[in-house]
Each structure stands twice: as structure tokens, then as C-alpha cells.
Design a protein around this ligand. Structure first.
Ligand code: UD1
Length: 361
């Protein structure tokens, strides 16, 4: 069986690593890794490949940044001839990024099977570009690997047949489980024992001056009680500069490598974020997470885990912060199938479906 893996952006890399590893051990499997180049900075891409032990991509489409239409179209145009030439039996896509939807569109029209890892997540907020990507990718996919029961329910409601849906658990947690021991050994200089770790990059939070200014003011307020450490996504750093905003005493850092960031997360007093994956990682780690969004496509982190949605409600952030400072933050539990074995389950399903005819041989 000839399997393509298509990745492009930072949150894809910790998801592809366990699947690549699990499939490496299987018989009659050839794997091709394609990097679309959606993320291209050393600290947004290369360092993740190194730390996660991902091999060099076989193909790099080097599309770079652009508007959504341009980036998605560039990936499609550059990927199509590679798929035509190499004829994969199945293309695996990861998460909700532009690289996933672009690949799904190309492969569906070439009659190549698509497997979607992290299928079925829904924020029900179509102003998020990722929600559009999720909806389209899931409609086109042949094998839908879901992390949790809510994913299965969302897909069934959208008319996806049950036989296409496979609940495999959370593949990103596989990487966390593997690298947490190394992460715990990392140290960041000059950091106090207690600190708040912040990440922000959602267009809805950072692309408008007044919104970003309000969030920075809230963070400066948090910083009076707890040192705020803020490794900033390039988009966010650029917006802060473009809008002439002041991050004051916040400890701004460049984006961190996977293991270093995981170390910081595991020791944080609280994490404040608008990321999807970090809502899950904090739940695994048992660290309180305050999410600067009105909704989440990962509701299990709220119902079972340590996540609280604070949106952009300053009062709510203040309230939740005082609970954290008083030692009364929400205590979470571990969701089912967050056991480090999701990649193996995906490999099992692919091996079985190869026997049933996905393979071209
Ligand atoms: C993408 C994903 C988002 C994910 C995020 C994680 C989509 C629709 N969005 O958003 O779901 O949470 O990645 O980081 O796919 N830039 C650089 N260097 C890079 C990459 C980006 O400087 O290596 C800058 C560019 O100015 C670019 C901007 O960041 O325009 C945004 O990058 P882009 O890939 O368009 O989307 P993200 O915001 O990173």
C-alpha cells in the first residue's frame, strides 16, 4: 500500500509523527511525506521535524504564505502532478489547516482515497477558516479517524455513513506521551516558579487592532499577579508591530520548539490560549486552561478536562484568574483513548482496509 501523508503547518507535525512511526513497522507499506510549505520558518517547521523525529519530506511544495484562496490554490496546483505521477492508494491529511482541505479537493477529483486524521471536530462557527476546512475535508474523506465521541456524532449528523468513521483517540497526545519525559527536563532561564503561559494567533483575536489591544491590556492585568510568558506566533508579532501596540512587561518570546514548549506548559500555573491543540495538551497535563474564544471544536476539554472558555469577556478572565490564584481552578480528568496508542490504531485500520481493497496491488 502506497500512503501519502500531507502536512503543512505547525499543528500537523505532532499528529503525523505517531502515524508515520506506527506504519513504519507494517508490512507492504510505502510512505511518502509531503510538506506543503504552509509554514516555512525554522522555528515553525524544521525544529518540529527534528524534535519529533520526522524524516525529511520526500516532496516540499514550498507554497509559503498568502490569502486563503491563494495558499489553498497553490497547494492544489503543486500537489496535483505529484499525485498523478506517484499514484498513492490513500492520502492522509491532518487537522483543519488549508493543506488538508486543498489535498482533499485534489485527491477526491483524482479518485484517490482520503483519510482524515482528527475528523469530526466542529466549533459550529463558520467565521473560522478552520471550520470550513473541517466541513469540506470530512465530506470528501473516505476514512474518518475521530478523536472522541462528539466527532462521531457530528459526522453522523452530517450524513457520513457509520462504516467510514473510526474512533481512534487523540493522535496528538501520542506525541505528548512520548516526549513528555524529555520536556520535563527542559529549563527556561530566569522564569519564576509560577507563571502564566500565553499563545494567541486566531485571526479573530489578532487581526483587528482594537481586539488585540483589549487582549493585551487583559494580559498586562494578569501580569500584575503572575509573570506572563508569551511565545508569539509570527502573525501575532507582526500585528502587534503593525498596529503600534505595546506589550509592556509581558515576556515576549519567539515561537518555541515542541519539547521546550511542552516543558513550559507542564510547569505553568495557568495557560491562556486560543489554540486548539493546547486546549487538549493542558487537559492531559492537568494544567488550568483559559481559552480566549467563544466556542471550541474540542468540547471534551471543557466537559472532562481543565479548559474554561473565557471568550473576550474581561470580567470572566479576571474571575477565572482569581480562582487559579486561590488554588481553586477546575480539576479535570483524562478523556478516553488519550493513551498514546492512536497512531497504532490508525495503522491497524489502514492495514485491514488494505486487505479489503484500498491497496492498488
Ligand atoms: C495555521 C492554521 C491554523 C493553525 C495555525 C498554527 C489554516 C487555515 N490555519 O494558521 O489552524 O492553528 O496554522 O500555527 O491553515 N508566517 C510566518 N512564518 C511561517 C508561517 C506563517 O511568518 O512559517 C506568518 C505569515 O505572515 C502568514 C501568517 O503567519 O501570513 C499566517 O500563516 P498561515 O499559514 O496563513 O496561517 P496561521 O495563522 O499560521
Amino acid at each position: 500500500m502506497n500512503i501519502f501523508h500531507i502536512v503543512g503547518a505547525r499543528p500537523n507535525f505532532m499528529k503525523v509523527a505517531p502515524v508515520l512511526n506506527a506504519l513504519k513497522e507494517r508490512e507492504n507499506v510505502a510512505q511518502t511525506l509531503i510538506h506543503t510549505g504552509q509554514h516555512y520558518d525554522l522555528n515553525m517547521s524544521d525544529v518540529f521535524f527534528q524534535q519529533l523525529g520526522i524524516p525529511e519530506p520526500d516532496v516540499n511544495l514550498a507554497v509559503g504564505s498568502g490569502t486563503h484562496a491563494k495558499q489553498t490554490a497553490d497547494i492544489m496546483i503543486r500537489l496535483e502532478p505529484v499525485v498523478v505521477e506517484r499514484q498513492p492508494d490513500i492520502a492522509l491529511v491532518y487537522g483543519d489547516v488549508n493543506s488538508a482541505v486543498a489535498t482533499a479537493l485534489v485527491c477526491a477529483k483524482l479518485g484517490v482515497q482520503i483519510g482524515h486524521v482528527e475528523a469530526g471536530l466542529r466549533s459550529f462557527d463558520r467565521t473560522m477558516p478552520e471550520e470550513i476546512n473541517r466541513l469540506v475535508t470530512d465530506q470528501l474523506a473516505d476514512l474518518l479517524f475521530t478523536p472522541s465521541e462528539d466527532g462521531d456524532k457530528n459526522l453522523r449528523r452530517e450524513g457520513i455513513p457509520a462504516e467510514k468513521i473510526f474512533r481512534v483517540g487523540n493522535v496528538m497526545i501520542d506525541s505528548l506521551v512520548r516526549l513528555l519525559p524529555a520536556a520535563r527536563k527542559t529549563r527556561t532561564d530566569d522564569l519564576p516558579e509560577r507563571y502564566a503561559l500565553v499563545t494567541l494567533h486566531r485571526p479573530a483575536n489578532v487581526d483587528e487592532s482594537a481586539t488585540l489591544k483589549g487582549i493585551l491590556e487583559s494580559l498586562l492585568e494578569v501580569n500584575r499577579d503572575l509573570v506572563v510568558v508569551f511565545p508569539a506566533h509570527p502573525r501575532t508579532r507582526k500585528r502587534i508591530a503593525d498596529f503600534g501596540l505595546d506589550a509592556g512587561q509581558l515576556r515576549m518570546l519567539d515561537p518555541l520548539p515542541y519539547v521546550d514548549f511542552l516543558g513550559l506548559q507542564s510547569r505553568a500555573t495557568v495557560v491562556i490560549t486560543d489554540s486548539g491543540g493546547i486546549q487538549e495538551e493542558t487537559t492531559y497535563l492537568g494544567v488550568p486552561c483559559l481559552t480566549v474564544r467563544e466556542n471550541t471544536e474540542r468540547p471534551i476539554t471543557v466537559s472532562i478536562g481543565t479548559n474554561v472558555l473565557v471568550g473576550r469577556d474581561r470580567e470572566k478572565l479576571r474571575r477565572e484568574m482569581s480562582r487559579v490564584l486561590d488554588g481553586k481552578a477546575k480539576k479535570g480528568a483524562m478523556p478516553p483513548l488519550w493513551d498514546g496508542q492512536a497512531g497504532e490504531r490508525i495503522a491497524d485500520i489502514l492495514s485491514e482496509s488494505s486487505g479489503r481493497g484500498i491497496s492498488g496491488d
